[in-house]
Design a binder for this molecule. Structure first.
Ligand code: AFP
Length: 359
């Protein structure tokens, strides 16, 4: 019923572009390409339960193609599509150690960091998983004319304008300098949530027409919540302040709305999405579980920073718990880990006070 009137995501992106007369359309083009990749992944995720049934021995599907693991499929889908879209100069993915170059001749003015399939250990048990992305403007010169990626040669027609490839340095930027960030959650329905800094908007995929429709305009996270999301199995690895905070949330006190309820899925996108809509605080703090991960488990460039950008544009906050705002951190490595405490603003303020030993 809503379809004829529904605002499609491409229409929404065009509307955003029109608000910026100086825009070349590159960011719109980039987002639209990413959305095609997301739809491709969504279709594959929906088939996941059938992969073994249809895949015969798990090696080939009914088309005779090799059945890939879903995280590998998602990574390849995004990287191959985006390498030739003409809007990027370099990418990084959770699945790849080094930077991912774009195709020669297709160098553009943006960078992309992505987690192709976050929460992948949940795939086999039919629990929500997602793709997270972060877009920055490149720091280095693109070497291209300002009017875009292709020039017309009177002799040869359209051909790529020569450009310069990007480097890791283009990717290593602060979260607050993102130009867009978002995620796609593959759940009871597939949803895209993103921001270009002008509100956070959610779109739901109608699989019958293959189109995302605006379903959650201008999302605002409730200022205070009654939910906390944390892997409490790590309790003995936390410091005293962190333990005291979680103990506090579980105490009974009607006036401050305690005890809080616990909700933990183990897929960051799913835990974050639920808290964004209903209010909540998600914590993956630093711990002493593994000397290799003293700063927590989650990655700055394609997990913490994009979700922090979204939450802050929805009225929430994201911090490390050791005195830093996530968006202020200058990334130093592609796969850098950070503690992440993210969600409803008043809850984050309170957690911050606890973690600093002030409460
Ligand atoms: P997987 O992709 O290995 O499932 O990890 C998911 C994740 O990176 C993130 O999505 C979760 O919030 C977090 O790890 C869960 O970690 P724990 O299993 O340590 O709670």
């Amino acid at each position: 019923m809503y379809r004829p009137l529904g605002i499609t995501v491409s229409r929404h992106i065009m509307d955003l572009q029109r608000m910026h007369p100086e825009a070349t359309g590159d960011l719109s083009g980039l987002l639209n390409e990413l959305i095609v990749a997301a739809k491709t992944i969504s279709a594959e995720v929906n088939m996941a339960g059938l992969a073994d049934v249809l895949g015969m021995s798990g090696k080939t599907n009914i088309q005779g193609e090799e059945v890939q693991k879903l995280d590998e499929f998602s990574n390849n889908t995004i990287k191959r599509r985006m390498a030739r879209c003409g809007y990027l100069c370099v990418m990084t993915s959770e699945e790849e150690e080094d930077i991912i170059p774009v195709d020669e001749g297709d160098e553009g003015k943006y960078t992309l960091a992505f987690d192709p399939l976050d929460g992948s250990s949940n795939i086999d048990v039919n629990v929500n998983i997602g793709t997270i992305f972060s877009i920055h403007r490149r720091k280095s010169d693109s070497g291209k004319p300002p009017w875009g990626r292709r020039k017309t040669d009177p002799e040869e027609g359209w051909k790529p304008a020569e450009g310069k490839p990007g480097s890791a340095d283009d990717l290593l930027q602060k979260g607050k300098d993102q130009v867009a960030a978002g995620y796609i959650i593959y759940g009871s329905s597939t949803m895209l949530v993103f921001t270009t800094g002008e509100g956070v908007h959610g779109f739901t995929l109608d699989p019958s027409v293959g189109e995302f429709y605006l379903s959650h305009p201008d999302i605002r996270i409730p200022g205070k919540s009654k939910y906390y999301s944390v892997n409490e199995g790590n309790y003995s690895y936390w410091d005293d302040n962190m333990r005291r905070y979680i103990d506090y949330l579980k105490e009974e006190d009607k006036e401050s709305g305690r005890p809080y309820s616990s909700r933990y899925i183990g897929s960051l996108v799913a835990d974050f999405h639920r808290n964004l809509i209903t209010g909540g605080i998600f914590l993956y703090p630093k711990d002493n579980k593994s000397p290799a991960k003293p700063t927590g488990k989650l990655r700055l460039l394609y997990e913490a920073a994009p979700l922090a950008f979204i939450v802050e544009h929805a009225g929430g906050r994201a911090i490390t718990g050791d005195g830093r705002d996530i968006l202020d951190i200058q990334s130093e490595e592609l796969h850098q880990r950070v503690p992440l405490i993210i969600g409803s603003k008043l809850d984050i303020d309170e957690a911050e006070a606890f973690l600093a030993g002030k409460m």
